[in-house]
Ligand binder design. Structure first.
Ligand code: NAD
Length: 491
C-alpha cells in the first residue's frame, strides 16, 4: 500500500489520522492512502508559497527554467515508473499512461525554453524620444486544482508555466490520483525547486480544494474539472475579484461527410470515443454522419466497438481499460438507460462485460447508439465514459448546426476529402480546437488548449498562450525627450 504525502514549505509531512483511500480500478483492490487535508493544512501551504514568492520571482527566468529542464530529464528517466502509477490509480491503458507522462515531459521542455522568452512587446510611441514596452510580472501565489483523467499532464500544464513566470504554487490534485501528483512533485523537488515554491496538498475538493480557492492570499486559481465544480469555484472567487481559469467538460463531435475514407473514419472515431474509456474532456461522444455514409459507418463502428479488447490497462494488447470508480460506471449506466428511454438504438455495448476475469474492476463495454436526435440528453450532456451517439444529417450545413448545438465548445473534428468543406467547418465550429481528418483527441503542448462556451472562461493552457494567465502584463513608457510630452495632446 502506498502513502501519498503533503509537501508544505519544502517538508514532506507525515500523514495524520484522516485519510482518503484509493483503489485500483481494474480490480477494485485497495491501493493506497492520501492525507485528507484540512483548511488549516491548506493555509500553511499558502503561507509557505507566499514566503517563497519574493526570492523565486526575483530569480532570473532563465535560471528558473533550468530547474524545469532538469525536471524534464528526470521525468524522462522515470516515464515508465510514473506511467505504472497512472494506470494503477485511474486505469488508462499503458500506452496512454506513457503518453500522459510524455505530455508532462513535453511541457517541461516547452517551459524550460520559455524561460529565455517570456516575451513582451516593444512598440513605437506616438511621441518623439519615447519608448513603449510591456513586461510580464508574476501574479503571485497560484492555486492549482486538477482532475484525475490526466493526472500527470494537467498538473504540469498548470504548474510549469506558473513557475517559469515566477509564481509560487499550491497544487490540490484529484483525490483519486494522489500518487501521480506525488511522483510529479517528487521529481520537481529533486530537480531543485526551492522550499515553498511548490506545495502539494491532498484532500477532497469540498474541504482542501474550496479552502485553496477561498484563501485571500491566493491570487489566481487555475482549475480543470467538471462544469459543476467550475461554477462553484467561480462563485467563491468572483466576490474576491480573483483571477480564475476554468477548463471544463465537453460534448465533442466528429462530422463524417459522404466522401470520407470509411476505414479511416472508423479508426479515428474508435480511438477518440474509447481512448481513456471515453474519460477525456475531448472524447468524441457524438458522431455526426452525412446520410450517404451513415448506415455503413454505424455498422462498422458497432463491429469495431465490439472488437476492442477490454481489460487491465497494463496488460499488453488491452485497448480499453476500466472507468475510474464505480460511480463513473453508474453514471454511464444511467445515461444508457436515458438513451434507450429517449428512443435511441443501442448497436454495441450497453452493459458491463460478462468476462469473469474482469469481475471486481469498473469496466463497461464500448457503447454505440444510433438514431440519436441532436436534442437527446445523450447528445447534449457529458457522459464521460465509453459511449458515443451517432446522429444522421443531410449535408454539411446541417452537420455544422448540429455540431454547434450543445452548451459546450472544446474540440470538433471533420473527416472529408474535400478541402473547402473542411475549411468551412474549421471556421464555423464553435470550439477552441478543431481537427481536420482526425478524431477529436490528441493535443500537442506547444499549441493553445481550451474551450469556449460552457467549456471554458476564455483562457488557454499550453502553447504560446499558456503563460498569459500566469502573468500580469505591465506597460512601461520611457520618455527620454526631457520635455513634458502629453499623449493625444502634443501632436
Ligand atoms: P471534478 O470537478 O469532480 O474535480 C476536479 C478537481 O476539483 C478535483 O481535484 C476535486 O477534488 C476538486 N474539487 C471538487 N469540488 C471542489 C470545490 N468545491 N472546490 C474546489 N475544488 C473542488 O472533476 P473530475 O471528475 O476530477 O474530472 C472530470 C471532469 O474534468 C470532466 O468534466 C472533464 O471533461 C473535465 N476535464 C476538462 C478538461 C479541459 O481541459 N477542458 C481536461 C480534463 C478533464
Amino acid at each position: 500500500m502506498s502513502y501519498a504525502r503533503n509537501l508544505i514549505g519544502g517538508s514532506w509531512e507525515e500523514p495524520g489520522p484522516a485519510v482518503i483511500e484509493t483503489v485500483d480500478p481494474a480490480t477494485g483492490e485497495k491501493l493506497g492512502k492520501a492525507p485528507k487535508s484540512t483548511a488549516a493544512d491548506m493555509a500553511r501551504a499558502v503561507a509557505a508559497a507566499k514566503d517563497a514568492l519574493p526570492s523565486w520571482s526575483s530569480r532570473p527566468a532563465p535560471r528558473r527554467a533550468e530547474t524545469i529542464l532538469r525536471l524534464a530529464q528526470l521525468l524522462e528517466q522515470r516515464k515508465e515508473t510514473i506511467a505504472r502509477i497512472v494506470t494503477r490509480e485511474m486505469g488508462k491503458v499503458r500506452e496512454e499512461a506513457l503518453g500522459d507522462v510524455q505530455e508532462a515531459i513535453d511541457m517541461a521542455y516547452l517551459m524550460a525554453g520559455e524561460g529565455r522568452r517570456l516575451y513582451g512587446v516593444t512598440t513605437p510611441s506616438e511621441l518623439p524620444n519615447k519608448l513603449c514596452m510591456t513586461l510580464r510580472e508574476p501574479v503571485g501565489v497560484c492555486g492549482l486544482v486538477t482532475p484525475w483523467n490526466f493526472p500527470v499532464a494537467i498538473p504540469s500544464w498548470k504548474s510549469l508555466p506558473a513557475l517559469v513566470a515566477g509564481n509560487t504554487v499550491v497544487l490540490k490534485p484529484s483525490e483519486e490520483t494522489p500518487g501521480c501528483a506525488t511522483a510529479f512533485v517528487e521529481a520537481l523537488v529533486e530537480a531543485g525547486i526551492p522550499p515553498g515554491v511548490v506545495n502539494l496538498v491532498h484532500g477532497t475538493g469540498e474541504e482542501a480544494g474550496a479552502a485553496l480557492v477561498a484563501h485571500p492570499d491566493v491570487a489566481a486559481v487555475s482549475f480543470t474539472g467538471s462544469g459543476e465544480t467550475g461554477r462553484r469555484i467561480q462563485a467563491i472567487a468572483a466576490p474576491m475579484l480573483k483571477r480564475t481559469h476554468l477548463e471544463l467538460g465537453g460534448k465533442n463531435g466528429v462530422v463524417v461527410l459522404d466522401d470520407a475514407d470509411l476505414d479511416f473514419a472508423v479508426r479515428a472515431i474508435l480511438w477518440s470515443a474509447y481512448g481513456t474509456s471515453g474519460q477525456r474532456c475531448t472524447a468524441a461522444s457524438r458522431v455526426i454522419a452525412q446520410a450517404g455514409i451513415h448506415d455503413k459507418l454505424v455498422e462498422r463502428l458497432a463491429e469495431g466497438a465490439k472488437r476492442l479488447r477490454i481489460g487491465n490497462g497494463w496488460t499488453p494488447g488491452v485497448q480499453v481499460g476500466p472507468l475510474v470508480r464505480p460511480w463513473a460506471v453508474e453514471k454511464v449506466e444511467k445515461y444508457v438507460k436515458i438513451g434507450l428511454d429517449e428512443g435511441a438504438k443501442l448497436v454495441a455495448g450497453g452493459r458491463r462485460p460478462s468476462d469473469p476475469s474482469l469481475k471486481g474492476g469498473f469496466f463497461y463495454e464500448p457503447t454505440v447508439f444510433a438514431g440519436a436526435a441532436p436534442t437527446m440528453r445523450i447528445a447534449q450532456e457529458e457522459i464521460f465514459g465509453p459511449v458515443t451517439a451517432v446522429i444522421r444529417v443531410r449535408d454539411l450545413d446541417e452537420a455544422i448546426r448540429v455540431h454547434n448545438g450543445t452548451p459546450f465548445g472544446l474540440s470538433g473534428a471533420i473527416i472529408t476529402r474535400d478541402l473547402a468543406s473542411a475549411m468551412k467547418a474549421a471556421r464555423a465550429f464553435q470550439t477552441g480546437i478543431v481537427y481536420v481528418h482526425n478524431g477529436t483527441i490528441g493535443a500537442e503542448v506547444h499549441l493553445p488548449f481550451g474551450g469556449i462556451k460552457g467549456t471554458g472562461n476564455g483562457h488557454r493552457e499550453a502553447g504560446v498562450t499558456g503563460i498569459d494567465f500566469f502573468t500580469e502584463v505591465k506597460t512601461v513608457y520611457i520618455d527620454y525627450s526631457g520635455a513634458l510630452q502629453r499623449a493625444q495632446i502634443d501632436r
